[in-house]
Write a protein that binds this ligand. Sequence first.
Ligand code: HEM
Length: 180
Amino acid sequence: MYGLVNKAIQDLITTNYGEEKWNTIKERSQIDIDYFISTEPYDDSVTYKLAIAASEELGVSVDEVLFSFGEWWILKTSLQKYGGLMKAGGSSVKEFLSNLPAFHDRIMMIYPKLTPPEFKIEEEAENSLIVHYFSKREGLVGFMKGLLSGIGKMYETPVEIEHIFGKSTGKEHEAFKVSW
Ligand code: HEM
């Protein structure tokens, strides 16, 4: 994944737990990289190693680390660095999610070597919809839940997120019901 992702993990940990904790986590992860360059792609294993080391060091599950990271990605990384793009996504949770399938098309113009997620949105009811998430990567359900929660917070709209099916239940992709 692009350095932007690993850098955001570093920011999240440094802001919430301090520089020293970050150094301990980086050491525990055994990655041999001094600092991340946002626009450079890194092997996915770097990101996974950081998430696992953070979970061990902070005494929380990897899913919890990824959930916090998902919220951080929306509320800090995306809004602060790409506020214009985020605002163009819509003016409500429903609108933003409806536009999500095309979202990474624009990101690919900035980061051409991106391996983006794919989304399909299924209309459900006035106050809910189903987000179908297709990924070439494994283990990012917690991250998705955090992202969806972050999108709710971005619009100051309390949302409920239910992981309705996925690879753990024998399906080919993950599906989340989002209600508000
Ligand atoms: C301006 C805002 C955003 C930027 C710059 C951005 C950029 C990225 C980047 C760089 C990656 C790593 C993939 C790679 O390097 O190959 C990524 C992955 C991902 N992004 Fe975004 N993204 C943004 C917003 C969002 C939003 C709003 C969502 C909402 C659901 C989202 C969902 C994901 C997911 C689930 C992945 C994991 C990829 C996978 O499953 O393979 N992103 N994005």
